[in-house]
Design a protein around this ligand. Structure first.
Ligand code: PMP
Length: 329
């Protein structure tokens, strides 16, 4: 028995993706992070950042957690804040879907929608979140990109869980990076167990991280990508110092094919970053050859992507398609 909501975060199953395992001759395994209470991998980071603020004394009973986020981190924070009696204030740029605003408000967060401006502008939503937290007495800015309590969550939980669930027989781990918390925490833990586990960063187009791993310079690749929550133009504090062996890049059309393929062939309903991760895992499997075990992250499910990834009209506008001939059933 679990004693409450925060106990239900983590300890997710590791699931064999059968069609990809058969195709590659490898074991392709996905960590089912969509099964967390808030529905994504970000619940772990949300819990760790809040626990860290409590332990440092920054956050006292009845306090406020502020974050600039358009997605899963806000959802995770709202769940944990409700559970622990904190207020959640989310700053969000005004180019985000109404569904996301409504969801966060339904969860009890105060949502402040602000004009969409680049990071270098002082009115950027993340900077506004940081400034607002400073004006309150009992409040913390979660600051997921550069607050390393984020990667600590994955070092303390996701990494050890994957190691145990594979009985230490793991040839490679790969996932995409948004803040970098997941990759950084898992990679650190796995490399401490054995340097033989290959760590590969999977990057969507329109991000600088593929080039950063390959050449050492964070040059953007041509984009944009329709994926959400992944890719970055800078090396966050969470990502710095991560032991990474290689990077692979995934095109959006391959991601779309993957998401529809696992839906039609196996019944999995995944979001876009999971599609990217599965494509990355297949690329790594082809590089290593049959007989290897590769783990990745099933970040969230498809329900938040109905108006984009699961909307044929939207895909067509972006020059993408769900041609069934690409995705044999
Ligand atoms: N997938 C989704 C759906 C996300 O919301 C995020 C977080 N931005 C990620 C992947 C990337 O995780 P991380 O921030 O730990 O790099």
């Amino acid at each position: 028995m679990l004693s409450g909501l925060t106990q239900a975060i983590g300890n997710t199953p590791l699931i064999r993706i059968n069609c990809l395992s058969q195709e590659t001759g490898c074991e392709i395994l996905g960590k089912a992070e969509f099964m967390n209470p808030g529905g994504s991998v970000k619940d772990r980071a949300a819990l760790w950042m809040i626990q860290d603020a409590e332990q440092s004394g920054q956050l006292q009973p009845g306090g406020t957690v502020v974050e600039g986020t358009a997605g899963n981190t806000g959802i995770g924070l709202a769940h944990v804040c409700n559970n622990r009696g904190y207020k959640t204030v989310i700053y969000m740029p005004d180019n985000q879907s109404e569904e996301k605003v409504n969801l966060l408000r339904t969860l009890g967060a105060e949502v402040r929608v602000v004009p969409t401006v680049p990071y270098k502008n002082d009115a950027n939503f993340q900077k506004q979140a940081g400034r607002y937290a400073q004006t309150l007495s009992n409040a913390v800015w979660a600051n997921q990109f550069d607050n390393t309590a984020n990667r600590e969550a994955h070092y303390a939980t996701t990494g050890p869980e994957i190691w145990t669930q594979t009985n230490g027989k793991l040839d490679a781990f790969t996932c995409a990076v948004g803040t970098g918390g997941t990759l950084a925490g898992v990679a650190r833990y796995l490399k401490e167990q054995t340097s033989n586990t290959r760590i590969v960063l999977t990057d969507p187009v329109g991000s600088a991280l593929y080039n950063w791993v390959k050449t050492g310079t964070a040059d953007m690749t041509p984009g944009p990508s329709i994926t959400e929550g992944i890719g970055n133009s800078r090396i966050t504090a969470n990502l710095q110092g991560t032991p990474i062996d290689d990077a692979v890049q995934v095109q959006d059309q391959d991601m779309v094919n993957m998401v529809y393929r696992v839906l039609r062939q196996e019944g999995w309903f995944f979001g876009s970053s999971t599609g990217i991760n599965l494509c990355g895992a297949v690329q790594v499997a082809h590089q290593l050859g049959p007989g290897h075990t590769i783990a990745t992250i099933l970040c969230d499910d498809g329900s938040k992507y109905m108006s984009r990834l699961f909307n044929a009209e939207f895909l067509a506008q972006k020059g993408l398609h769900t041609n069934a001939s690409d995705t044999p059933i």
